[in-house]
Design a protein around this ligand. Structure first.
Ligand code: HEM
Length: 375
């Protein structure tokens, strides 16, 4: 049961509205990476970091439920921006792109959080329950895949050939129809169950940092999974692109106006997975009364995840800097703001020529499997 309160809030109105404002200006931070300096990438990481801090303050106070949700949502801004960009910036059917939707969405959230009135929220007793258990089981399946998947990306340090050779071998397992259906079903279940658990969790005040970290990393992963898996499936089934190392590094990740968003997005995706997994592991160990091991395991997992994230992303960025020429890229991939997904590319079952879209064409061209050569 909730009731109106007239008490003054600890988090001022500016602090409550700040996550939505940060979300609103996030595209400008991304833009500054290619337009001003590659070092501006730090800003794209500080922005969700600041939202995380505000989520902690708001979750502690627990009287502004809307603002708390928006703060968690804003932590996921890098993933949401990639998700919307991936689907909206390369289509010709709707008369708007990701930036238009972005401004409307975050302006609305800004107004909502600025005018929200405080409510006393009942401290609901939250038990782990069956859903949390199933969430953990499904997480174990995804984590098993992720360990190999990220190990594969780490081989990018040794170059594209090594990365693609390892991926070819791993695909023999995870592209088995049964394995893939189980994996993608787990991802879907993870997203839905995660959203339910997160909404339940935010019904009570959260005083511990570890809980806020678990919630925020979960919120990021929700949006990351939605973006990442849909991007892979869209590329594979709608554009007929081979989603390999060339797909990952074809555009200069520091200077291409669209692709710079992928740097914070991928980095935080791996970090969020590590933080979220570490939180789950910590909770299980605490339940078994092993406090010291729990804290050590948490720190070690987060540190390993952070190091892996940095290594993978640096390897991808470095590879993308020496990638194919701009002319070849435009020719093969198409202009993401116009020539990428045209009607031809979108229609299921139709295989477009690789001049019109598809990095798969680039791979075929490089490996000499017919078609035009890439300069
Ligand atoms: C730097 C980070 C990451 C990069 C660059 C990346 C890249 C890729 C690529 C290139 C594929 C296509 C694989 C193929 O064609 O065989 C893929 C698929 C996939 N990725 Fe990631 N990924 C990253 C992080 C993650 C994380 C943290 C997860 C979470 C578990 C994840 C989950 C998946 C899933 C579920 C698929 C679909 C697999 C399939 O059925 O084919 N990825 N990723």
């Amino acid at each position: 049961m909730t009731s109106e309160l007239s008490v003054r809030s600890d988090v001022p109105r500016t602090g409550r509205a700040a996550p939505a404002l940060i979300g609103l200006v996030y595209p400008a931070l991304v833009w500054s990476v290619h337009a001003l300096s590659p070092f501006a990438v730090v800003l794209t990481l500080l922005a969700p970091g600041l939202c995380l801090y505000l989520a902690f303050r708001l979750a502690n106070e627990n009287r502004y439920r809307g603002a708390t949700h928006v703060a968690y949502f804003a932590v996921g801004a890098p993933a949401l921006y990639t998700f919307l960009g991936g689907w909206l910036d390369s289509q010709k059917w709707l008369p708007f792109g990701a930036n238009g939707v972005w401004v409307i969405l975050w302006s609305g959230l800004l107004i909502l959080t600025a005018v929200e009135r405080p409510k006393a929220i009942e401290e609901a007793g939250i038990r782990a329950g069956k859903l949390a258990f199933a969430h953990g089981v499904s997480a174990a399946v995804i984590t098993t895949f992720a360990v190999f998947h990220l190990a594969n990306h780490l081989t990018g340090v040794f170059g594209g050939e090594a990365h693609m050779a390892v991926m070819r071998h791993l695909r023999l397992v995870y592209r088995q129809p049964t394995v893939e259906v189980v994996l993608l079903s787990c991802v879907l279940f993870q997203v839905v169950s995660g959203a339910v658990l997160l909404l339940r969790r935010t019904r009570r005040s959260t005083v511990r940092w570890t809980e806020v970290l678990q919630n925020a990393s979960g919120a990021y992963l929700l949006l990351f999974f939605a973006s990442h898996v849909s991007a892979v499936l869209r590329a594979r089934y709608l554009q007929h692109i081979d989603t390999n190392w060339i797909w990952l590094t074809a555009d200069n990740l520091l200077t291409d106006a669209w692709s710079v968003r992928l740097v914070p997005y991928y980095f935080l995706g791996v970090v969020a997975l590590a933080v979220h997994g570490a939180s789950g592991l910590r909770w299980v160990l605490l339940e078994h009364g092993r406090r010291q091991t729990a804290e050590r395991a948490f720190l070690a997992t987060v540190a390993a995840g952070g190091l892996a994230a940095l290594t993978i992303v640096v390897a991808m960025v470095v590879a993308s800097l020496g990638g194919v020429s701009a002319a070849a890229r435009t020719k093969i991939i198409g202009d993401r703001n116009g020539g990428g997904f045209d009607g031809e590319c979108w229609r299921l079952g139709h295989r477009p020529s690789y001049e019109s879209c598809g990095v798969g064409g680039l791979f075929r061209a490089i490996s000499g499997e017919g078609g035009d050569t890439v300069e």
